[in-house]
Design a protein around this ligand. Structure first.
Ligand code: IVH
Length: 684
């Protein structure tokens, strides 16, 4: 037994004693709420209240550091899951990778592998480093039971419903197939979820057209997509999944990583084909160099190469440091960037009138292409960069994505520029005053006849989902607008065969086809014409609701903001945008001309039930009996309205499983909370 040291009695000051009691009481309270939230899923207080309690505890502990104990709730890392997503612990930690940036660092890594393993004949597997987010898929009896995000590596979020919408994820694999692949019935596949570059561009353009904020890169878009509460949104966004690990009971199953990849492929997973089993670092280096040259030809983005020790036994020997394995390393490609001079800034006007600052650059070669223009996004970004004309800037380019100005470069060879530039007060094309809606980053020109908007507007109007005028693509629209034959969408209906025949590469037959297409477009339903007007924030779906609610363009034109908000999915911002559009005389004139041209200007008002007339609902959590769309339709068919956030105006909150902050808010405001059955009863 250790000899007892003499006890020094050091009385605790009264103030510390009081603080100790307070701290313990607070911890008890927080633990109780954590249990209610995480374990029982029955929170009694709002997120804000919970955060306040936690902050009080943190402040007290900061004042009395001697009272901090390892079991205090402040010592636990992590936060609450977002509403609708349940936190799930991983079977074994989902690790990250250490990075290397040049050949020397890579060779140093190899040397460490040799030293630690005592071997020099190590095989490696080279894979592409896909620029998405990692995801774990759990299979039981060959069936997909759960998809979990990486989260903090130990605990992720259950995104199963969303993952099920990804086409390359097998939902069920039959026993025989698994047996042939040598995979057990219960296993876990881990890999990368990503958005192909083409889908990224298309979806971002669509968002841009509909006046929604765009995503900076496919990775952010992927993360935003997999965490959608509404899985039908995920389904539309075409994600892809490439697995690269296979675990059983939280451990690597096969003896070699190469075997894992082959087995996953045999089982029907989309394993990335651009992989290689190599026997030396020279071969690794060749693989890295080859793919650096070819990366632009891939349909998705990569940011490097991952090198993994092939043998599992050797992997186990090498083990981990912190959060990364010693048996794998990432070689990161340098962002494809170049330094050049910012010569000017011009303002580009899009279809919705949004003004985007475009940097005009001294031509610079980046990754095989010459870059002359790069986006500066918006005024906020310009302020963040602090950029001036004449500055030297670093320009970055990723895959198909538009080049962007990443930062200002300043040293003795690259002196600063001096010319500042500001957001023009008037549209650079038509001189109409530029407007910035409160709370928004973007400035817009609101003149429907703005020439810069014209081309984009006409292309949108003629596109398949709108007036479906086949043949009216970019080449034709450019000629029509350049020659002044089409000055607004109504002019399309005034075009004659002679007009068309006067254009380049236009024969009699093509001209007649286009006229026929134009004629046919007149018969399309009212919602198409509404969508075609290009009102900001009015996409295809909103146009449909507006047509069903008002039944005519005339009624829509005359509607005030209040009435507009009675339409499904139309909130104050969309209503304001519609009112603003119709308040501009040029826009009203345009509609008159479309009416004169005989476009469909009336439709069938949708006869909706009246049981829920005037009632506003909010759906929250995961519904069990209906999909969100079905529930919404049920409410809307009965005359009710579904909105996204709870306010005093909300009549009912329909709470499904895992309802979180919206439920708190409803309780706070005293809004009636009902379940799906009750919703069904109310809707009749
Ligand atoms: S292996 C323990 N292989 O890169 C090893 N990761 O920077 C961890 N990634 O979180 C992952 N392609 O999201 C691995 N072929 C690949 C990968 C890959 C992309 C991502 C993954 C990981 C991140 C680490």
């Amino acid at each position: 037994m250790r000899p007892l040291s003499p006890t020094i009695i050091c009385p605790m000051p009264a103030a510390t004693k009081d603080a100790g009691k307070k701290i313990e009481a607070l911890r008890e309270k927080i633990r109780r709420h954590e249990h209610l939230y995480y374990v029982l899923d029955q929170p009694e207080i709002s997120d804000t209240e919970f955060d306040r309690l936690m902050q009080q505890l943190k402040d007290l502990e900061a004042e009395h550091p001697s009272l901090v104990t390892p079991d205090s709730p402040t010592q636990r890392v992590g936060g609450k899951p977002r509403e609708g997503f349940v936190k799930v612990p991983h079977s074994s930690p989902m690790l990250s990778l250490d990075n290397t940036y040049n050949e020397e660092e890579l060779r140093n890594w190899e040397r460490r592998v040799h030293e630690l393993s005592g071997r020099s004949d190590v095989d490696y597997v080279c894979e592409l480093k896909l620029d998405g987010m990692s995801l774990a898929l759990l299979y039981e009896e060959g069936k997909l039971v759960r998809g979990v995000t990486r989260g903090d590596g130990s605990v992720g979020e259950d995104v199963t419903l969303n993952v099920r919408t990804v086409h390359s994820v097998p939902l069920s694999i039959d026993r025989e197939k698994l047996r042939k692949a040598g995979i057990p019935l219960n296993f876990e596949a881990r890999g990368e979820l990503l958005m192909p570059t083409a889908a990224f561009r298309k979806l971002n353009e669509e968002r841009e057209r509909n006046g929604l904020p765009t995503f900076a890169n496919p990775r952010n878009f992927t993360a935003g997509t997999v965490r959608q509460l509404d899985s039908s949104v995920t389904a539309q966004r075409r994600l892809d999944f490439f697995p690269y690990f296979l675990l059983a009971n939280g451990r690597t199953y096969f003896e070699r990583h190469w075997e894992t990849l082959t087995a996953l492929e045999k089982a029907g997973f989309k394993v990335n084909p651009n992989r290689k089993l190599v026997h030396s670092m020279d071969e690794v280096w060749r693989f890295i160099q080859q793919w650096e040259e070819k990366r632009d030809s891939l349909p998705y983005e990569i940011d490097g190469i991952v090198v993994k020790v092939d043998r599992t036994a050797l992997q186990d020997e090498l083990g981990f440091t912190g959060k990364a394995p010693r048996w794998a390393i990432a070689y990161k490609y340098a962002a494809r960037a170049g330094i050049t001079k910012l010569e000017n800034v011009r303002w580009q006007v899009g279809r919705t009138g949004k003004l985007t600052p475009v940097a005009e650059l001294a031509p610079v070669a980046i990754g095989g292409t010459t870059v002359r223009n790069a986006t500066l996004h918006n005024m906020d970004e310009i302020e963040r960069l602090g950029v001036k004309i004449g500055d030297w800037v670093q320009v970055e380019r990723g895959g198909d994505v538009i080049p962007k100005v990443a930062k200002v470069v300043e040293d003795k060879d690259h002196p600063r520029g001096h010319k500042t530039f500001v957001m023009p007060e008037k549209c650079p094309e038509c001189g109409t005053k530029v407007v910035r809606t409160e709370g928004e980053v973007d400035y817009r020109c609101v003149n429907a006849n703005c020439p810069a908007k014209l081309r984009e507007t006409i292309l949108h109007f003629a596109s398949r989902g709108v007036m479906n005028i086949d043949g009216m693509g970019e080449a034709l629209v450019n000629q029509l607008t350049d020659r002044g034959l089409v000055k607004n969408v109504a002019d399309i209906y005034k075009l004659t065969k002679d007009d068309l025949l006067s254009l380049e590469r236009m024969g009699d037959k093509s001209a007649q086809n286009i006229l026929d297409e134009i004629e046919n477009s007149k018969k399309l339903p009212l919602e198409r014409a509404i969508y075609g007007l290009g009102i900001r924030m009015v996409g295809e779906r909103t146009a449909q609701f507006l047509a069903e609610h008002f039944g005519s363009m005339e009624a829509l034109e005359q509607a005030g903001a209040e009435e507009l908000q009675n339409v499904n999915e139309v909130g104050p911002r969309i209503a304001e945008s519609i009112v603003e559009f119709f308040s501009i005389p040029a826009n009203r004139k345009l509609i008159e001309r479309l009416r004169d041209a005989d476009l469909t200007m009336t439709g069938k008002k949708k006869e909706r039930g009246t049981k829920l007339a005037g009632k506003t609902f909010v759906l929250t959590g995961t519904l069990v009996r209906y999909t969100r769309d079905e529930a919404k339709k049920m409410i809307e068919d009965a005359g009710g309205k579904v909105t996204g956030s709870v306010s005093k105006k909300t009549d009912y909150v329909v709470a499904g499983v895992d309802a979180g902050s919206k439920l708190d808010k409803a309780k706070e405001l005293g809004v009636e909370v009902i379940d799906e059955k009750e919703m069904e009863r109310l809707a009749g």
